[in-house]
Design a protein. Structure first.
Ligand code: SRM
Ligand code: SF4
Length: 619
């Protein structure tokens, strides 16, 4: 470890710079310096505006040739990045999916999806002729999820939208693509990782769709299976008055490092399991850092240099087997070290993660099998080796604990840190948009928010950077008055729902429709005097994609009994908290039938006793 007992001149200067840059560091802190990487979202924004124009200029061109990178035989796969020892142990002792990857790596789907698409278009084969391991599993590496059980022959495509940013021209082009299908069978879903999923896509169109995505600078590769998922950042980045750090640049840079901006990067395409990353911007919890495998949360900012220090959290997860909030590593880093730390953690996970059982292969199991101290020492050793800046103690954290927790209170017109600019938070009922609605939203963004739309982990959106002169106009937009309300009712503000049985083959219950219906009925019966959001999350099975344990009240699909018969039911979780002292909700009641005759009284009682709801006088 670098010690400051013997210092050259440059080291003295460096030490001086370090302490003046980081006055909140304790004197015992060990440190190193490295050149700062300059990551600038503004560049992305400027490019986006330019690409917008270019895209429309070329949109009518019929040639889709040579847009995608052509992969040749020298192309490495995820398997090539595994050490000989890992490869050997997978072959001897790996679980079913590991064996499947060893046979043919998932990253090959990036090529094969185009091949299959062309074969289907030639009319000589049918989608049912495609080997099921490719159709149902490997294509998920390319972001194509066959909805085998609920909509056979069609695919859900999951995008990668770092920091949840999407632009009007991108959304419009996606709508234009989906219009080739019967609109009844397509839609968009905003996901709990501030991302978009598109439904109803056919495999014969996959290569054309991919080419469209590439021209739009949107990625979808590595959005499923054993990959790093959408990089979550604050939807209020750059506009939040309480912000310590603008997350946009780093989210884009992380996405680039991990997935080559969603176009595929084999280095991290054969992990033992999925991996979630979030970067926070302030104590205003908009990213749910505590349930990610790796999270960077800002804890201190130097007034003088503007440098922000981050806490590193590791090992958070929700899963059928267990739910864990992430643990603080007690290493602090500046922004310039986030990429290096992420690379190191992913390499450790890829090279040493457990691969014999799918149920115990998430990162937390490696952290536990090594112990937190060994994991910390290994990360520190590798940081040291790479000459990356990090710190072992922090004198003081300047996180503003008084910042309002606006994660689920983003609605309506809000002042930005920029004078005369406002953001409008809007509610999307359980995250779903029809193609027509998405198209109209893109037009609204063009007219009022410089084309930008930001998605949230609560499956809603905000329109940033609205000029004062345009506020009246945007508030009059019929789509926002009638459908995507900026004044949602208390139970809708924090209502989240996973996909459920309408499209998900793992679901035990229907979720989205039920979530809306129950909220409406509860609003008919109850008053919520303080008008605060009550966060209710529905999730169709114990995988907890709808993050039931993050909610005030979590409803998780589970079997229930009525008159001796098995029926759709929920387990109820209670007590999830966001923010600086976040906690996960715990099991409160098991096996309540979803039939409102049984569920409604339980919910009314809960809302009255824990959340200040009152029965309406006419009830
Ligand atoms: Fe998830 C599997 C949907 C966020 C834990 N998840 C699935 C699949 C792919 C199953 C399948 O093939 O049908 C679902 C696709 C259904 C569909 O048609 O939409 C699915 N997960 C979702 C989404 C769309 C829910 C939503 O409505 O928002 C979310 C997509 C996020 C994204 O953009 O990438 C989604 N999933 C999550 C989260 C929440 C999060 O990331 O913060 C979790 C819990 C957190 C975590 O992972 O620690 C989550 N999904 C799972 C799991 C259990 C993982 C585990 O370690 O056990 C599975 C099943 C699996 O991986 O074996 C799963
Ligand atoms: Fe499907 Fe279960 Fe995830 Fe809901 S929680 S999307 S039902 S896997």
């Amino acid at each position: 470890m670098y010690q400051s007992s013997f210092l050259f001149r440059s080291d003295i200067l460096c030490l001086f710079l370090t302490y003046s840059s980081y006055p909140f560091l304790a004197p015992s802190t060990k440190h190193r310096r490295m050149p700062c990487g300059s990551l600038c979202y503004l560049r992305t924004k400027a490019l986006s505006v330019r690409r917008h124009n270019e895209f429309f200029a070329s949109a009518d061109s019929s040639s889709h040739e040579n847009v995608l990178p052509r992969l040749d035989s020298s192309f490495s796969t995820g398997w090539d990045f595994l050490s000989k020892t890992t490869q050997q142990s997978v072959l001897e002792d790996g679980n079913k999916i590991e064996k499947l990857k060893a046979e043919k790596d998932g990253s090959l789907a990036w090529q094969e999806i185009q091949k299959y698409s062309q074969m289907l278009r030639s009319g000589n084969v049918d989608w049912e002729d495609i080997p099921p391991e490719d159709l149902d599993i490997r294509l998920k590496w390319a972001g194509f999820f066959h909805r085998k059980k609920r909509a056979p022959g069609t695919f859900m495509v999951r995008l990668r939208l770092p920091n949840g940013v999407i632009w009007d021209y991108q959304l419009k082009a996606l709508c234009r693509f989906l219009r080739r299908y019967d609109l009844q069978n397509t839609c968009f879903d905003i996901t709990t990782r501030q991302n978009l999923q598109l439904r109803g896509i056919r495999l014969d169109d996959a290569s054309i769709f991919l080419e469209e995505l590439h021209r739009l600078e949107i990625g979808c590769f590595q959005s499923g299976m054993d990959n790093v998922r959408n990089i979550v950042g604050s939807p209020l980045a750059g506009i939040d008055p309480y912000e310590l750090y603008d997350t946009r640049g780093i989210c884009f840079a992380l996405d680039e490092m991990i997935s080559n901006r969603g176009r595929g990067k084999p280095d991290f395409a054969n992990l033992p399991r999925k991996f979630n990353i979030a970067v926070g911007s302030s104590s205003t919890d908009t990213v749910h850092g505590h349930i990610n495998d790796l999270a960077f949360l800002p804890v201190a900012k130097c007034d003088h240099s503007g440098i922000v220090l981050f806490d590193i959290l590791i090992g958070g997860l929700l899963s059928p087997k267990r739910n864990e909030a992430s643990r603080r590593l007690k290493l602090w880093i500046p922004e310039s070290s986030i990429l290096a730390v992420t690379r190191i953690v992913l390499e450790i996970y890829r090279d040493f993660g457990l691969r014999n059982s799918r149920a115990t292969s998430r990162f937390v199991y490696l952290v536990e099998s090594w112990g937190l101290e060994r994991m910390k020492a290994e990360i520190a050793r590798r940081l040291e080796e790479s000459n990356v800046e990090w710190f072992t103690s922090l004198k003081d954290s300047i996180v503003d604990h008084s910042a309002p927790l606006i994660g689920s209170e983003i609605f309506g017109v809000n002042s930005q840190r920029q004078q005369g600019r406002f953001f409008l938070g809007c509610h999307v009922p359980v995250g779903r948009l029809t193609v027509e609605e998405a198209d109209a939203l893109a037009d609204i963004a063009s007219n009022y928010s410089e084309g930008e739309i930001r998605l949230t982990v609560d499956q809603n959106f905000i329109l940033p950077n609205i000029d004062r002169t345009k506020i009246e106009g945007v508030l009059r937009e019929p789509l926002l008055r009638e459908r995507f309300s900026y004044e949602p009712k208390p139970l809708l503000k924090g209502l989240v729902s996973c996909t459920g049985s309408q499209f998900c083959g793992l679901a035990l219950i229907e979720t989205k429709n039920r979530a809306m219906e129950l909220s409406m009925v509860l609003h008919e019966m109850l008053d919520f005097p303080d008008g605060q959001a009550i966060r209710i999350h529905w999730t169709g099975c114990p995988n907890s994609c709808g993050q039931a344990q993050v909610a005030n009240i979590g409803l998780m699909g589970a079997p229930a009994k009525r008159n001796g018969k098995l029926v759709e039911g929920v387990d109820i979780y209670l007590g999830g908290k966001l923010g600086v002292n976040s906690t996960l909700g715990t099991l409160y009641r098991k096996g309540i039938p979803c039939d409102f005759k049984y569920l409604l009284p339980v919910m009314i009682e809960l809302l009255q006793t824990h959340f200040g709801a009152r029965l309406k006088s006419h009830i």
